[in-house]
Ligand binder design. Structure first.
Ligand SMILES: Cc1ncc(COP(=O)(O)O)c(C=O)c1O
Length: 374
């Protein structure tokens, strides 16, 4: 674009050099438009495959008429509902624009230039991007057998480490650390480190060895922040609402850095309405468990081996070579899966559990693409 301002590189924050922007899953409409195909199934972003809960839809419609008003910046009713749900103080709950928005806030709250974070790798890339953009250094600790290696993470903690992320279960591998592993972590993690237990997929998991970090660690007075979201099982990813249970002092600091109206009124109302419907929650958890088993079966049937031990609504498949060509081939068949280069796994794809009909569509698509890789 000739004639437009040329901004000298030196004006941009040096912390941003080398940061690769978050690569989201491709939108369905974009693929339909670009490839001229009618049916496109998206299994790329770990969204719930079903819409919002019925009560949430009603709440959204109700809130629509008042959209001329700013939201309640303090999200009073939602925070109160969450505090009651978890039996913690109102001052120990804060909402945000998804768990992702809260990771951004936590980074701002804790990290100065030169500070460090520790997390497993491959893992959720926002931990890394949000630290880097503040000039902090991420220490990336390789997974062991596709699982977080909490012992190695302890060894990676240094004097400048302030935040340690435990992605539970880990995105993109879908695997979890056990209760005993998490207990051992909290026994040994030094006082100067705050642990962020990211439980974005918490509600999907029924493994008896899976810890509830609010009950088992936050309430024991650990230096821990627990993240949860309405984007996954509750089907509200498009509205952007999540929350943290955290020590009151952390909530106070987050209140200083967050955007004043970061959670819209429909998002607050829909989240609150969703909380009440425990039957629908259970139904979706069961559907997902069946769907995940079916997804794993379909993948194996076509010669693909999903990483073992997945407990949420997605699985990772290692292909043994750059996964983009395979992703492209599936795309042309109308299925969007996620190449995981940004998460540190360039030879893998991540596939989200869909509806039974979507899984059939995936199976047919896999049948048409050569699965001779790996
Ligand atoms: C581990 C993990 N944390 C956080 C998020 C962010 O979720 P949201 O911002 O939609 O609440 C995701 C989403 O994919 C995730 O996988």
């Amino acid at each position: 674009m000739a004639g437009r301002g040329e901004i000298p590189r030196s004006l941009f924050s040096t912390a941003l050099e080398g940061i690769v922007p978050y690569e989201a899953g491709k939108p369905v409409e974009e693929v339909q438009r670009e490839l001229g195909i009618e049916r496109v199934v998206k299994l790329a972003s770990n969204e719930g495959p079903y819409g919002p809960f019925p009560a949430a839809l009603e709440a959204i419609n109700g809130a629509a008429e008042e959209l001329n008003r700013y939201p309640d910046g303090g999200a009073y009713r939602l925070r109160a509902g969450l505090a009651e749900r978890h039996d913690v103080a109102f001052e120990e709950v804060i909402t945000g624009a998804g768990a992702d928005g809260l990771i951004d806030c936590l980074s701002q709250v804790f990290l100065d230039r030169g500070d460090e974070i520790v997390c497993g790798w491959p893992s959720f890339v926002s931990y890394v991007i949000d630290a880097r953009k503040l000039g902090a250094t991420p220490r990336l600790v390789p997974l062991r057998d596709h699982r977080y290696d909490l012992e190695a993470m302890l060894a990676a903690i240094g004097p400048r480490t302030k935040l340690a992320y435990v992605c539970l279960p880990n995105n993109p591998t879908g695997t979890m650390s056990t209760r005993a592993e998490l207990d051992a972590w909290f026994e040994h993690v030094p006082e100067h480190v705050v642990t962020v237990v990211d439980q974005a997929y918490f509600e999907y998991i029924d493994d008896p060895d899976y810890a509830d970090a609010v009950q088992e660690h936050f309430k024991q007075g650990r230096n821990v922040v627990v993240l949860r979201t309405f984007s996954k099982i509750y089907g509200l990813a498009g509205l952007r609402v999540g929350y943290a249970v955290a020590p009151a002092a952390v909530v106070t600091e987050i209140s200083k850095v967050r955007r004043a109206f970061d959670v819209s009124t429909p998002a607050q109302e829909a989240a609150l309405a969703s909380l009440a419907d425990v039957d629908e929650l259970r139904r979706r958890r069961d559907l997902n468990a069946t769907g995940r088993a079916e997804l794993e079966r379909v993948l194996r049937e076509h010669g693909l081996e999903p990483v073992e031990g997945a407990v949420a609504n997605f699985v990772l498949v290692e292909l043994g070579e750059d996964s983009r060509p395979f992703e492209e081939r599936l795309l042309r068949e109308g299925v969007i899966v996620r190449p995981t280069h940004g998460f540190g796994a360039p030879e893998a794809i991540r596939v989200t559990v869909g509806t039974p009909d979507e899984l059939r569509f995936l199976s047919e698509a896999l049948g048409r693409v050569a699965t001779t890789v790996a």
